[in-house]
Design a protein. Sequence first.
Length: 564
Amino acid sequence: MLLEMTIRNLAVIESVHLHFRKGFHVLTGETGAGKSIIIDALTLVAGGRSSADLVRYGSDKSSIEALFHIESGHPVWTTLEELGIEADSEEHLIIRREITAQGKSTSRINGQMVNLAGLKSVGAWLVNIHGQHEHQSLFHVDEHINWLDLFGEAEIGPLKSEYGKAYLTYSGIRKSLKELEATSKKSLQMLDLYRFQVEEISSAQLKLGEDESLLEEKRILANAEKLYQNAADSYDSLSGAGTGLTTISKVMQKIEDIAALDPIKLQSVLEQVQNAYYQLEDAAYQLRDYRDDIEFNPTRLEFIEQRLHTMAALRRKYGESIADILEYLKKVQHELDMIENKDEKLQELQKQENQAVQNLRKHAKSLSEKRQQVAGKLAGEIVAELRDLHMEKTQFKVQIKFNEEACGASGADEVEFLISANPGEPLRSLSKIASGGEISRVMLALKSIFARVDRIPVLVFDEVDTGVSGRAAQAIAEKMSRLSRDCQVFSITHLPQVACMADAHYLIHKTNDGKRTFTHVDDLSAEGRTHELARMLGGVEVTGTTLQHAQEMLDLADVKKGSL
């Protein structure tokens, strides 16, 4: 759930800090007070598009910070892990979005920078915003199949997984066929070119890392004389008579003599000189061995230079490194094989394709049959929800058209939600409902069902009760209240029937100091709720009668919520 949200310098909001709780929240206020800005802030938190126009005039930037508490095991944690974002052990999630006056946007999740695509993938699991004219995926026909599959995940999921494997196999064969068909159109001169390139690269017998090792060997061979002379001179200086080790040996003998007389002060000095002597002696032996092993081999040096020249020539043609050249060789060998053996390969791939198509259609049919079963259950639940919303005569159908000739990534089904809101009217596409009140109630029915399966913790309704009144308005209010038991519900509303059913009521209003306009958000007390509800009932003037009526509505709402 959403615990807190801080908004700074967003449109006419200078600074607002809000605390939220479980249940049903309503936001009310006069038209133009800035209620939609709260929704804009949540949209930005969920990865919505930003604009410099959202930054309050005169400010360098606007910022929105939201604190969520999400239970362990929620899918959002998997998304965060895929993005490389760490989460604390208390299951808290902090999202911060900043927008500069120049229009630049930055986002952070738990303090870690994230791009807009990453923020959207996280926000999709946290907030679902639905407006009067923003029907989102529930009203996009292409998405209906996904909602059906989500509703029937337990039954459809295993079959969909098996179909997915079959589709992956089929897609791989189709890709190979397309490659082969494209290859068969290439001219014979490409065949000659590929053969030449394969021969040129293969004959070089390249090995990964060979160029680095040859460069190292070349450096040693080219400087063999210098290496030998310096190693020999160093060895002679250390081990020759009257030099290095001889001198230190004499010093060591003298210290041994006096250390025997004053061991307390000189024993440690003796040990240091002895250690130095033995280390230098060992170094001298190593220098001698190194000198003796130095190879003077002009023939080998010439071979290395020629080999490096060959590699350089190949790099100019086929890639910047040996790895790139070998990768290119692999690609050309594949192309050459496709051209030289295209007829045999084409015949084999066509045979594999036929088998894959039959297997794919078999899985598509099983998947479609299961979807048909689940579709009936979904339609039944939606009709039951619509009855609660005083749409008793409504018919709803999940139409599935199966076409085995059109197997796609999700199967061979075209799924569409159809509805008839009035007796005698034919079933039509859900997206073609004309009445705003009907749209609101159908949407609420669908949300009530899917809120139990999509696990999105925050559901926002932006004036979806527009065009609704009377019993329908009361039914919507009760449905939102029940829905808030499964998720946190926010609603911008002008209807007192909806506002009185809320568990938390926020009043959005404006003030003006003569120079600037400021939007404020007040978390209303019991008395404040009564007064605001009276305003919604009576308009500008609040009277004793409207106050009494408002209090009665709140009292009745408390009773009703207790019985839901």
